[in-house]
Every structure is written in C-alpha cells, then in structure tokens.
Design a protein around this ligand. Structure first.
Ligand code: 13P
Length: 254
C-alpha cells in the first residue's frame, strides 16, 4: 500500500444471502464504518437486492455495485443488465470479467473492453477482474494471461478515465479454495499489472489505478496483503458474507 491511493475493500456477495440477511449485513457494515474517509468500502450484492441495499447505504460512504453488466444499454438481451439500470437503482460501480463469469459462463476476453467502456460512459466505476487458472500458472503463463486480459479490458480506456478504474487480480485457483496466493505471487502479479499500466498509458495518469487482490482473503491474511507495496485493497468473497469476518478485514491495519 503506497502512493496515496485510498485503500479499497470490496465484498462480492456472489449468489449468496437472502433479502433479509443482505439488509442486516449492510446495516451492520454501515453502522461500523464511521465517516469512512480513510478507506473505501463497497459491496456487490445479487442484482435483485441492489435497490434495497443501495437504499440502506445511501448517505453513507459505502459503495454499492453490480456483479456484472452487459455491453449494451438496452435491447433483447434476456437475463442481462446495463450500466444505466445499475445507476437507476442506486449502484455506482460494477465488477467486470469476474473469473466465475469467464469460466462458468464462458464470457470471452473480447467482451471485456466493451463492458469497461460502457460502464465508464454510464458513470459506473468498473472493477475489472483478471487472473490465471492453475493450469496457466503451472505452465508459467501467468504473466502472459494477465497481459492478455489487460489488453482486452483496457482496450478502449483513455488516460483521463484511469482515475475511475480499479483492477482486481484474482488467481482462479485461489478463489473459494482457502488457498491464498503467496505474498510473493501477489507481489509479482501486481508488479506486472503496474508495469503494464505504466507502459500503456501516461505514467502519471496510471498512478491512481488501484490494484486489488482477491482469492481466499480472510481476517488472518488481510493485514499481510495490505502490507505489499502494490496492493491497494482486497476483493473478498466468502469472508464478506458475515460481519465477523468482513469487518476485521475492513479494519485490518492499513
Ligand atoms: P473468496 O474470497 O471466497 O475466495 O472469493 C474471491 C472472489 O471471487 C471475490 O470476487
């Protein structure tokens, strides 16, 4: 953590909780957050609960986002939602390219640039997720995969957009497995991303982009992750579903 970037702690609720528990959770987080000026906290609930969760979060520093968007604003795209729809129900951000979207639902790299662009155009802050599979890591292809995914997702991003862009590095093999990447693996991947950004954009414009780590983040490992120079925050799955585990991560010494 360095360079004056505000720490960012994000909770991806995935397809979990029910309405009552989602509302309990957001109320508890809101109550514990204070003025939130020294860190940014956001949750990504299932889309059907977004409006209710956003209504509770309103007036607090908590961000609320969608877990995915499509790359058109409207039309015959059954099951999809657009940035404009997210905005309308009180969300201000979205995940894009989460590994579960890529690997369970087959979303291709080619969609990612369009999604990131449409989010930015729709005043929705993108958290663009990238990361290699276990096979790719074993084949020493981690760097190549990360760069390919960055090239796809950032294809239509301009220097002036970068202040609003966040990138989450989530190695697929560390998601939901309890197996957190080693500090060296995280540091190396984040350094690769930083370097890629600095060489593809104006160096100064790329400085504010925050890099989050995701994959089995817990209260036990959050502090060490925050200690890494190029880690500006975390994207938390399972541990974001309960105040007992999410709040200590929010409050891990930053
Ligand atoms: P876990 O924290 O459950 O491993 O999930 C990580 C993740 O996919 C967050 O987007």
């Amino acid at each position: 953590m360095s360079n004056g970037r505000k720490p960012y702690i994000a909770g991806n609720w995935k397809m979990n909780l029910d309405r009552a528990r989602a509302l309990d959770l957001i109320k508890t987080i809101k109550g514990r957050l204070g003025d939130g000026s020294n860190r940014e906290v956001a949750v990504f609930p299932p889309s059907v609960y977004l409006a209710d969760v956003a209504a509770v979060a309103q007036g607090s520093p908590l961000g609320v986002g969608g877990q995915n968007i499509y790359f058109e604003q409207e039309g015959s795209f059954t099951g999809e939602i657009s940035p404009r729809m997210l905005r309308e129900v009180g969300a201000d951000r979205t995940l894009i390219g989460h590994s579960e979207r890529r690997h369970i639902f087959g979303e291709p790299d080619e969609w990612m640039g369009r999604k990131v662009r449409l989010a930015l155009d729709g005043d929705i802050l993108p958290v663009y997720c990238i990361g290699e599979t276990l096979d790719e890591r074993k084949a020493n292809r981690t760097d190549r995969v990360i760069k390919r995914q960055l090239e796809a997702g950032m294809a239509d991003v301009r220097d002036s957009d970068l202040r609003r862009v966040t990138i989450a590095y989530e190695p697929v093999w560390a998601i939901g497995t309890g197996e957190v990447a080693s500090l060296k693996q995280v540091a190396d991947a984040h350094a690769t991303i930083r370097k890629w950004l600095a060489s593809h954009f104006d160096k100064e414009a790329a400085e504010p982009v925050r890099l989050l780590y995701g994959g089995s983040v817990s209260p036990d490992n959050a502090r060490a992750l925050f200690g890494l120079e190029d880690v500006d925050g975390v994207l938390v799955g399972g541990a974001s579903l309960k105040p007992d585990t999410f709040i200590p991560i929010i409050e891990a010494d930053i």
